[in-house]
Design a protein. Structure first.
Length: 432
């Protein structure tokens, strides 16, 4: 499994502008789309869980690492993707979820978090100890961040050896600004990480690994997270500008096994994604952009349902989502500002896609299932499909896709993944 990533890094360092899409989502339909895309591309799939989604207590999805593994494997098995073509990653593993606790208690929980991920078979581990806990200085010093990351490496290495007799883990270090999942505030521009800061991060982490007695694991550090100057807020996207990263691009040229990992690449155009890969951001992480596409598709299907299904039988998915977000506002309050109208629009349409936190909600999940079942019992007229899902309409007309509601939604997600696949594969770019 890890050979897929190691091979990609080797090819990239040899001069081929290849990369990999990192799918950061726990939604089954997103994972299904990622598996289908891997089968179509005859490649492996990299699926990552983030520390607040999945942890030893269940995270906001209710899943522990082993549960997430089983979900991904079940979907892969069902679609015929061999498990040795499935790579599981853990994103932002560290004390992030427990920042309100003191550093010792938060790091104790981070130890258990990393151990649970490794024992569940996750082999790509992104360590992120950049956040301050209660009583910590803010911001943390580079030394403290690196020392805490090295502590987690020691836990991870021991767990891997205990589970499999040898450590097969690949590591990513560093973090990006702002926090995972998109900016809280409106943004106009974003400064990339300086070359000096990136070099300092690498040097300090390598030293910390050595001091913690896990120096051999440094040879398996394949990625450095830095800010290439890409981000999104609720209504706008900051696009990649390669002219601003000339100095930064040179940093990984100094390290034979390390490429950049780009977070918050959601909503970048295909041309910008290609430029990122060419400039050594060989791991492109995408999460909210995929569930945003899912939400668009499901809301479009709900509009089709309103045309085809009697009122008493409808799922009322859009209304159910709105009601549950208002009844349980903890996942969007503090993110969406403005008056009641502005907040309502943001809840539905923001690039930040806080809706993604609500799909596991039992009432919303039931409404989604009812929507798909309702549309499964009727024929969707092609002119109506053209109105609400024009890209999928074109594929249906060409015989590439069935007009079945679930397949239409999955294909909407795959449309995003196809853009990433072209950016990560030079042969796909030249053929398109």
């Amino acid at each position: 499994m890890k050979d897929f990533l190691s091979d990609m890094v080797r090819r990239h360092k040899a001069g081929s502008a290849v990369g990999v899409t990192s799918v950061c989502s726990a939604h089954p339909m997103v994972i299904e789309a990622a598996v289908a895309e891997a089968l179509a591309e005859d490649t492996s799939v990299l699926v990552e869980a983030t520390s607040n989604q999945v942890d030893q207590f269940g995270g906001y999805t209710g899943m522990r690492p082993a549960d997430f593994r089983d979900l991904v494997h079940e979907i892969a098995d069902r679609h015929g993707l061999p498990r040795d073509r499935v790579v599981l990653g853990g994103d932002h593993l560290g004390p992030n979820t427990w920042r309100a606790l003191g550093p010792q208690e938060a790091m104790d929980r981070a130890d258990a978090l990393v151990e649970a991920y490794v024992l569940a078979g996750f082999t790509k581990i992104h360590l992120d100890c950049s956040m301050s806990c209660a009583g910590d200085p803010s911001p943390l010093t580079d030394d403290l961040v690196a020392d805490r990351a090295a502590r987690l490496v020691k836990v991870a290495e021991a767990a891997a050896v205990r589970a499999r007799g040898v450590s097969d883990l690949l590591y990513v270090v560093g973090t990006e600004v702002p926090v995972p999942g998109g900016a809280h505030e409106t943004i106009d521009t974003l400064a990339p990480t300086s070359g000096a800061a990136a070099r300092a991060t690498i040097a300090r982490h390598q030293k910390a690994f050595d001091e913690a007695g896990v120096g051999t694991a440094w040879q398996r550090v394949i990625g450095l997270v830095v800010q290439p100057g890409v981000e999104f807020d609720h209504v706008r996207v900051v696009d990649y500008d390669r002219a601003q990263t000339t100095e930064l691009q040179r940093v990984v040229d100094e390290h034979p096994n390390i490429v950049f990992e780009a977070h918050s690449t959601d909503y970048q155009t295909g041309e910008r994604l290609t430029a990122l890969v060419e400039d050594h951001w060989a791991v492109l992480k995408v999460g909210p952009g995929l569930t945003f596409a899912l939400r668009e598709a499901l809301f479009a299907l709900a509009a089709i349902e309103d045309e085809l299904v009697e009122p008493a039988e409808r799922s009322d998915l859009v209304a159910v989502v709105e009601r549950r977000m208002l009844e349980a506002p903890q996942w969007w309050q503090g993110y969406y500002e403005g008056d009641a109208r502005e907040q309502r629009l943001a809840r539905r349409y923001s690039y930040s896609d806080r809706v993604r936190y609500y799909w596991p909600d039992p009432e919303i999940s039931a409404a989604q299932s009812r929507l798909l079942a309702n549309l499964g019992s009727v024929d969707i007229p092609l002119p109506m499909l053209s109105q609400y899902l024009p890209l999928q309409y074109s594929r249906v007309r060409r015989g590439e896709l069935t007009a079945e509601a679930g397949a239409l939604a999955v294909d909407s997600i795959r449309e995003v993944l196809r853009t990433y696949a072209r950016a990560c594969n030079p042969s796909r770019r030249s053929a398109s």
